[in-house]
Design a protein around this ligand. Structure first.
Ligand code: SF4
Length: 302
């Protein structure tokens, strides 16, 4: 199998993917493309949120020939996007319906077409809206080809459900060392896709994008508004680019110990709280001052 360290390196603008490069985050604009101003604004907003590539569409095979000529001249790669919902009828008949083998065969047809034109700057996606099918298709493809893979679970759904489904699917595929770029597909603002994609990559320890918040689920020992505190800490630290682990824990009994790998953390108590660094308690403060004092201590680290 070709893992992400063994896939062909492809240059997309200033971003390199494949061959062990960092897994790139993609999205797509959802503006009307004839509204240039709105589209450019959304591209810039996505870029600011951390989006790295925005793909385009080519269309039918006659256009492919023309696009290939220009793509060769300007060193622009082409993504072959197979989607479980639009596998060719002839393949569906041959394989008795949608399956991983039919999806990979569909990709093969397009790869053969491009390779026949002596074009190999190819990225492939095999998106399915069901996770087991997506896992099988991507795994099967990686056994046969060293072209980099763009991974996504298509039509994943609205913000909450789509985030869960994308995370489950991307997590399963990326954990197999497959996947060179990703897209989270949400029925929501594309900026949410970037936040989710970053969180997925950070959770899998495949990329680092600044702060990672560890917070406990609360229990009978919690005596502070831990959920509110965790949300405020998350909000006030999301601009930080330095890789830091921050813990927000509900009690002093287990908090500092359980989160000792955190660079800095807070642990709530009865009307007060502790601030700790690498598991060592550094300050004890009143609950109503906890957030501000925590931010001061954090700024010292920064
Ligand atoms: Fe409960 Fe403390 Fe663990 Fe939070 S850290 S879940 S409050 S025991």
């Amino acid at each position: 199998m070709y893992t992400r360290n063994e896939t062909k390196i492809i240059n997309i603008g200033g971003v390199q993917i494949g061959g062990g490069n960092p897994i790139a985050i993609q999205s797509m604009t959802n503006t009307k493309t004839h509204d240039v101003e709105a589209t450019v604004n959304q591209i810039l907003t996505l870029e600011e949120a951390g989006c790295e590539i925005n793909p385009g569409n080519i269309g039918n095979s006659e256009r492919v020939q023309k696009v290939v000529e220009k793509a060769k001249a300007y060193h622009i790669p082409i993504r072959i996007g197979v989607n479980s919902g639009s596998v060719e009828k002839v393949l569906l008949e041959q394989y008795g319906g949608v399956c991983a083998a039919a999806m990979v065969e569909s990709a093969k047809k397009h790869i053969d077409l491009l390779e026949g034109m002596d074009f190999t700057d190819i990225v492939v996606s095999l998106k399915a809206s069901t996770i087991p099918l997506a896992i099988e298709a991507y795994t099967l493809f990686a056994k046969k080809y060293a072209y980099p893979l763009h991974v996504g679970i298509t039509e994943a759904g609205t913000l909450y459900r789509g985030t869960v489904k994308s995370s489950a699917g991307l997590g399963a595929i990326l954990s197999r060392d497959i996947g060179d770029t990703i897209r989270v597909s949400l029925s929501d603002d594309p900026v949410q896709e970037i936040e989710c994609a970053r969180a997925v990559l950070q959770s899998l320890e495949l990329r680092q994008f600044g702060v990672e918040i560890i917070s406990c689920p609360t229990c009978g020992r919690t005596n502070v508004d831990l959920i509110g505190l965790a949300k405020q800490v998350e909000e006030r630290t999301k601009h930080i680019t330095k890789p830091l682990k921050i813990a927000v824990m509900g009690c002093a009994v287990n908090g500092p110990g359980e989160a000792k790998e955190a660079d800095i953390g807070v642990a709530g108590g009865r009307g007060e709280g502790l601030i700790f660094k690498k598991g060592e308690i550094v300050r004890k403060v009143k609950e109503n001052e906890l957030l501000e004092v925590f931010m001061q201590e954090l700024n010292q680290i920064l």
